[in-house]
Write a protein that binds this ligand. Structure first.
Ligand SMILES: Cc1cc2nc3c(=O)[nH]c(=O)nc-3n(C[C@H](O)[C@H](O)[C@H](O)COP(=O)(O)OP(=O)(O)OC[C@H]3O[C@@H](n4cnc5c(N)ncnc54)[C@H](O)[C@@H]3O)c2cc1C
Length: 330
């Protein structure tokens, strides 16, 4: 069955809240922040939909957020795309939103395309910016053609407009609003899945993950030899942070994909990032540009990283790093 919503009667921004074992995925609050910013511009209400076991616990977490209504669908099933699709589409059919925002997570990537096909409409994956144009369309911005351009994509004629956004790309908002949120309990009890869950294995939490570190020291192709990375790893350790790199060094085999920041690597938002010999390509910046304090060291005064760096330092990393280490040790 394909359904298509009428453009002129579709209104509202719906945020899919990802929820697993009583924990809400942080990307949900980031999407809520972005939905609010967009709703200020388009003058539309913000809605939430969540599906899972014991889903009503979300009620408390939503207090203070600018949400008109929240739709909850209780199910014992862990994420199964066909069952969850039924819940989200039931909600969409009721509220007829113009836009649906979903996290660019494994779950979101399985769910969003199914919904876009169901509604015969457009989906832009891994948006790095969102806006509303003069015709009320959602402008979905993301790197395209290998990152050589930032494409602005609009779904002109069909609704809803589906977009996924990765974690740490958008900023959450503080729950300081006094909205009287309406809670609606939906029903997907009769939804049948054609999938059979054979086993569930939980991911190991990776203590070395660069995504949770408050401080990141990042190496780029400006580093001349693999052994020189040792001084940057040492600096990261002395600062109580972690070491990361651009893809250039992963491609050389000097660092691992787990350490890579960017479009095809990790999206990060530490409190402080110091980059050494990173030029600041679109693909690299797609994974870190919301970082609130960026210190960039580069010998080229025209390096693009300086456009977003809060503390640009035009210098040779081989002069700076040993001095920093010496001072920190002292
Ligand atoms: C589909 C696709 C996906 C991609 N995904 C990613 C991704 O996720 N992450 C990523 O990083 N890249 C990604 N890339 C690759 C990207 O295009 C660049 O190749 C890469 O980001 C360059 O890394 P870099 O800045 O370290 O190197 P370069 O661009 O070569 O920059 C090196 C910089 O070091 C400076 N420098 C040189 N010597 C010194 C010195 N002694 N001291 C200080 N500065 C110095 C130079 O001035 C220069 O600015 C992707 C590419 C494609 C096509």
């Amino acid at each position: 069955m394909n359904i298509n919503l009428e453009k002129k009667s579709s209104k509202g921004i719906l945020v899919y809240f990802e929820f697993f074992e009583n924990k809400i995925h942080p990307v949900s609050f980031e999407l809520l922040g972005e939905a609010y910013r967009l709703s200020e511009k388009s003058n539309e209400p913000v809605y939430v939909v969540a599906i899972g076991k014991n889903v009503k616990v979300i009620k408390n977490a939503l207090k203070g957020y600018p949400v008109k209504s929240a739709y909850f669908y209780e199910t014992d099933n862990y994420f199964q795309p066909d069952i969850y699709e039924k819940g989200v589409s039931d909600c969409i059919n009721k509220i007829k939103p113009s836009t649906v925002l979903i996290g660019g997570t494994a779950e979101g990537r399985a769910l969003a395309p199914r919904l876009a096909v169901l509604y015969k409409t457009g989906l832009t994956a891994d948006c790095t910016e969102l806006d509303i144009d003069e015709n009320g369309n959602l402008v979905q911005i993301r790197p395209a053609f290998g990152g050589n351009i930032m494409a602005k994509i609009v779904t002109e004629n069909t609704r809803p407009q589906f977009a996924t956004v990765r974690e740490k790309v958008m900023k959450p908002i503080k729950p300081v609003f006094s909205y009287d949120i309406e809670y609606i309990i939906g029903n997907i009890n009769n939804a049948k899945s054609y999938m059979k869950v054979i086993n569930i294995e939980k991911e190991d939490t990776d203590e070395n993950s660069i995504t949770d570190s408050k401080i990141l020291v990042v190496a780029g192709r400006g580093v001349k030899k693999k052994e020189d990375l040792n001084m940057l790893r040492e600096l990261a350790m002395l600062l109580g942070g972690k070491f990361a790199s651009s893809r250039a060094l992963v491609e050389k085999g000097w660092t691992t994909p787990k350490e890579q920041i960017g479009l095809s690597g990790n999206t990060v938002c530490p409190e402080i990032m110091i980059t050494f010999g990173v030029s600041g390509t679109v693909q690299f910046m797609a994974g870190m540009k919301t970082t609130p304090n960026i210190i960039a060291v580069n010998t080229d005064a025209n390096a693009r990283i300086f456009e977003i760096a809060h503390y640009p330092i035009c210098a040779d990393l081989y002069d700076i790093v040993p001095e920093l280490i010496k001072n920190l040790k002292a």
